[in-house]
Design a binder for this molecule. Structure first.
Ligand code: ASP
Length: 327
């Protein structure tokens, strides 16, 4: 065998390197952790992230720092996280958009199924159909009639292609047989401000942002997008019961890491998510905002990966049929 001493030295270095890696994983976290949110601060996704993040900070002993990275319905953030260092200090929270973007964008800069590690799901959140306060329809029956008669003059705010507000809007247009003018924002926090200011007509958004505005009476509210009524708004009718048969959009949330993030770190992050979802501060805030903590089977890496694949299969045909594409 040639160069035995060099090979022995290389083997020693390799052994040291892997021992250091094992030590780093065992000691994780030793510095603040980034949780990337693909929409503007104050919006429904951000509310879920900050609520979970505050609780995980307690259990992990390091600050979970929320980083809002905006643009293109969440796909800018997803492509940045896909390329991030898989060192266990970058994580990502996203919703149905992780699935719908595969059908909405012809040239996506990442593959959601192969460029990420899967940590866990977290909460499911209903959506609510709103209009600006002076929108000329006092109930959903009048809303449908007015929108059908005036579609060309009506705009619908959303958070871009890949946002669930865009998905809900697409489904509403298909259900009513109309085409509305989309007004995209960097998240539905600014979209809600525009609605409250009367600058846009309609917004479909998660209860994690809309419940306080519905209760304040500063918007018109026509119903929820779940099949059944929700505990947080018990008197609110569903769009399904008001005639949009089988109309259902539930916003699920997945937590991801860049591909290659070590499994022991993913497992610790998964445990921190599970602990947060049992934190009374979290469970109360989520209940107040209409968010439902998902069953244990979805609080696993495999549960998220399987669910994401099924959602890609489910929404692809719906979106392609609607012809909603971006290049
Ligand atoms: N509600 C936004 C969306 O439509 C996301 C957000 O702003 O949190 O996807």
């Amino acid at each position: 065998m040639k160069y035995p001493r060099i090979l022995a030295a290389l083997a020693a270095v390799a052994g040291l390197a892997s021992a250091a890696a094992v030590h780093a994983q065992a000691a994780w976290p030793t510095k603040p952790i980034a949780l990337v949110v693909p929409f503007a601060a104050g919006g429904p996704t951000d509310v879920v992230a900050r609520t979970l993040g505050a609780s995980m900070t307690k259990s992990l002993g390091q600050t979970v720092v929320i980083e809002n990275k905006l643009g293109a319905g969440g796909t800018v953030a997803a492509s940045q996280v896909a390329k991030a260092n898989p060192d266990g200090y970058t994580f990502f929270i996203h919703h149905n958009g992780m699935a719908t973007s595969t059908a909405l964008y012809r040239k996506l800069q990442y593959n959601p199924l192969t460029d990420f590690e899967f940590v866990s799901q977290a909460v499911d959140v209903p959506m609510t159909l709103l209009a600006r306060k002076d929108f000329p329809a006092k109930d959903f029956k009048e809303f449908q009639a007015y929108v059908k008669a005036n579609a060309s003059k009506i705009n619908l705010a959303n958070a871009g292609l890949g946002a669930v507000s865009q998905l809900c809007g697409l489904m509403l247009e298909r259900a009513l047989g109309v085409k509305l003018t989309a007004v995209p924002f960097q998240g539905t926090a600014p979209a809600m401000n525009a609605l409250l200011g009367g600058q846009v007509d309609i917004l479909c958004d998660q209860t994690t942002q809309t419940i306080p505005h519905i209760k304040s009476g500063n918007v018109k509210f026509y119903g929820v997008t779940t099949k059944n009524r929700i505990k947080a708004l018990p008197d609110a009718p569903t769009l399904h019961e008001q005639g949009l048969k089988d109309f259902e959009v539930v916003v699920w949330h997945g937590i991801y890491a860049p591909k290659g993030t070590p499994r022991p770190i993913l497992d610790k992050m998964n445990a921190a998510v599970r602990t947060a979802l049992k934190d009374p501060d979290v469970t109360k805030r989520m209940a107040d905002l209409g968010a439902e903590i998902v069953p244990d089977s979805k609080l696993t890496s495999e549960g998220l990966q399987t669910w994401l694949k099924s959602e890609i299969d489910k929404w692809g045909p719906v979106i392609r049929a609607a012809g909603a594409f971006a290049d």
